[in-house]
Design a protein around this ligand. Structure first.
Ligand SMILES: Cc1cc2nc3c(=O)[nH]c(=O)nc-3n(C[C@H](O)[C@H](O)[C@H](O)COP(=O)(O)OP(=O)(O)OC[C@H]3O[C@@H](n4cnc5c(N)ncnc54)[C@H](O)[C@@H]3O)c2cc1C
Length: 432
């Protein structure tokens, strides 16, 4: 086990002050802290756990996520990363390969890496840029001034849970799905937005571990109800002899939550034996977690608090991807905060901070609104099978368009015909 990238709070004494406190050192928190530190802002990054540590995830990054890693200066040529050329969709006995597009803006490959050390690597990047990371520090409640504005957090430090206070004029909540600080500030989740569940397990599978494609299955059936899975299954190669195998599902409107374990077992029984995705080759227990989607917590800025990543339900309702969004939102939050801090405390600074939700809305608002609708009306009822209709599977152009719609791989101004069609489609969605 490598040592934690910075001393734990236990070793550094009681609470501290900074210009910004970021709670949670997952992708959202580390990206925010890194970009803030690069802008010269004094930032404290609080993490309740230590590194390395498990995080339940599919471990897959689309080119949009890779783009953000490159912007963060992460060395994606170093050992530990596995590249993919695209996706392989399997449906009704057929399979199709879809290459990641060659767009000017995004790289033409995806990456996988286990979250076990991925998150540590990002946190180390943040500290190398100047952020002060404190592990073993669990934020327990917001610290409020008389007007109800957040001015820091109360925390428990170390295994003994020693109380401490971390103060800053601005706080970023990046605590993932638990969204503790946001909830304590009265920001409940919008239950009309989709909330999927997903589970994953690692298997030793030398036969599949170096696959140059992310594999996705669109025709799975639920174990108990025998209905179409309102989601998909995945097999993501990790390049180290293992694969990450899992499935995710939206709650079915009438049939409620899906039995993920039973459905996974039923699916795995269909896989060729030579892939080795069997009980004997399992390398971890099956673990599941919730996926807050479609901007299910708002406002993303208010009373000194910015929400980034899963804390704000930023997972895409189109495909369950959340790392790229967490990294990108972290960069937007950091840029907004750095600009706002050039203004004096008061209305002019508040005006600058409101740019954060505005910019999030500009990049994702219409796309997510349409995604929420598609998730409720199609994916949450019958899954991804209809998107892979035979006519779509027979057409490389339609397949490419579908893949780019699901992963938001479009450029503006439009680079090709698919960009033009998708950008027009999204523009037709009414603004909020
Ligand atoms: C089964 C599954 C598969 C998935 N597969 C993919 C995939 O393949 N690709 C993809 O892009 N996305 C995937 N996602 C979504 C992705 O995991 C999340 O969107 C992403 O991790 C969000 O990052 P985050 O930083 O917002 O939150 P998190 O990654 O949850 O990080 C939050 C951090 O905050 C810390 N924390 C929490 N509370 C406190 C506190 N009170 N005080 C201090 N620290 C605290 C936590 O310890 C953690 O380190 C998947 C999700 C699931 C459940």
């Amino acid at each position: 086990m490598r040592p934690s990238p910075s001393p734990s709070q236990e070793e550094t004494g009681a609470g501290e002050d900074a210009q910004v406190v970021v709670v949670g050192a997952g992708p959202a928190g580390s990206a925010t802290a890194l970009h803030l530190a690069r802008a010269g802002v004094d930032v404290l990054l609080l993490e309740k756990g230590g590194f390395p540590r498990e995080k339940v995830c599919g471990d897959g990054l689309t080119p949009r996520g890779v783009h953000q890693l490159v912007r963060m200066g992460v060395d994606i040529d170093a050992p530990g990363w596995t590249r993919q050329r695209g996706m392989r969709w399997v449906c009704r006995g057929r399979e199709v390969l879809i290459e990641w597009p060659s767009l000017g803006r995004y790289p033409d490959f995806g990456l996988t890496r286990s979250r076990y050390d991925f998150d540590q690597l990002l946190a180390e990047h943040a500290t190398a840029a100047g952020a002060r990371l404190r592990t073993g520090v669990k934020a327990t409640a917001p610290l409020l001034d008389r007007s109800g504005r957040i001015t820091g957090v109360h925390a428990e430090v170390g295994p003994q849970g020693r109380p401490a206070v971390f103060r800053a004029p601005l706080v970023v909540a990046a605590e993932g799905a638990s969204a503790r600080t946001a909830l304590a500030m009265g920001l409940e989740r919008d239950t009309r937005r989709p909330m999927a569940t997903a589970a994953r397990r690692y298997y030793r599978s030398p036969a599949r571990a170096d696959d140059p494609y992310l594999e996705l299955w669109a025709d799975l059936r639920c174990s108990r109800t025998d209905r179409d899975l309102p989601g998909y299954g995945w097999i993501f190669p990790l390049g180290d002899g293992r694969v990450n195998v899992g499935l995710g599902a939206l709650p079915h409107r009438r049939h409620g939550a899906v039995d993920l374990r039973g459905t996974l077992e039923r699916w795995l029984a269909r896989l060729p034996e030579e892939w080795g995705i069997t009980e004997e080759n399992a390398d971890s227990p099956l673990r599941g977690a919730a996926l807050p989607m479609g901007f299910n917590r708002r406002p993303q800025y208010g009373r000194g608090l910015l929400l980034v990543g899963d804390s704000a339900g930023m997972i895409s309702p189109w495909n369950g991807e959340g790392i790229a969004q967490a990294l990108e939102a972290g960069e937007i939050a950091a840029e907004t905060v750095a600009m706002a801090l050039t203004r004096p405390h008061g209305p002019r600074r508040e005006q600058a901070l409101r740019r954060y939700p505005d910019e999030i809305g500009r990049r994702w608002g219409r796309y997510y609104r349409l995604g929420n609708l598609v998730a409720a009306q199609v994916l949450g009822r019958v899954g991804y099978g209809p998107l892979l209709h035979d006519r779509v599977m027979d057409s490389p152009l339609l397949l490419a368009a579908m893949a780019r719609l699901l992963t938001q791989l479009t450029d503006e101004p439009s680079q090709d015909g698919i960009d033009t069609v998708l950008n027009t489609l999204i523009r037709l969605v009414p603004a909020r």
